[in-house]
Design a protein around this ligand. Sequence first.
Ligand code: SF4
Ligand code: SF4
Ligand code: SF4
Length: 292
Amino acid sequence: MRGTVTDIIPFSVNDGPGIRTSVFLKGCPLHCRWCHNPEAQRPGPQVMVNESRCIRCGACAVCPAGARGAHGELDPARCTGCGVCVSVCPAEACRISGKEMTPEEVMARILPDRPFFRKRGGVTLSGGEPMEQPAFAAALAILLYRENIHVAVETCGYAAPEAYKAILPYTGLFLFDWKITDPEAHREWTGQDNRLIRENLEMLYREGAEIILRCPVIPGVNDTPEHFRGIAALTEKFPRIRQVDLLPYHALGNNKRRQLGLPEDGFMAPDEETASRWQKELQAECRVPVCR
Ligand code: SF4
Ligand code: SF4
Ligand code: SF4
């Protein structure tokens, strides 16, 4: 069995409790317009071009898919991730995002990090959406479980319920996104409404899963009292939800978007005062801790 992995990042402190190694799987059913991991949206490998290294030599115009222009311009829709441009580029300006790996190969990368996990840490399966590769994610979770390594699954919630049921016995914590409470606004900004996401949250809660809600807040999209009340309502309805993580928008995804040949997302990161106000407003509504 092989899965497509965009990255394996050790010493992560923002993807669950303690010190963790985060494994990012490729492919996502949503298209959030503020996406911070745009290289993980498409399921297959694709090229990324570092403009600051590119010397515009045009060698990559040999691209068999016709995805590169005479001076290295990238048409991302045509890229098949074949890697030809990476091999001919004299400036090391191109790289492929998305590597096929077996669960055992991923484990070999993780196990040296184990001493840093101590009691609280472990491994977080993230993406993209890890449930887009359900068999691979479950196989990896089983290997980690057998090694007594804590597994967290960071999910957008939009996947087949069976995928969650398969990985649940090996998962210590779900970092479950709740992005926009209004279903139509959710569809407008992410490409899908949130009905399935709500149902999966309810199912996981009913099955006894440990859950932290992850709530990205994007200025002009979901920084509204209605949405904050919607988050609070979920913590009332599902009182075992441990905490709410408020994730203020940041612009780091734009650097990756440029490398992927995509336009910038057009959002502005909030200043500290605004982010802190959001946290206070949300905390005033919620019975569980609201963390940043
Ligand atoms: S081969 Fe490399 S340096 Fe030359 S145009 Fe393409 S990306 Fe730029
Ligand atoms: S990886 Fe490079 S050569 Fe291959 S299809 Fe994509 S742009 Fe073209
Ligand atoms: S769910 Fe995450 S990875 Fe998928 S599009 Fe939204 S922000 Fe990007």
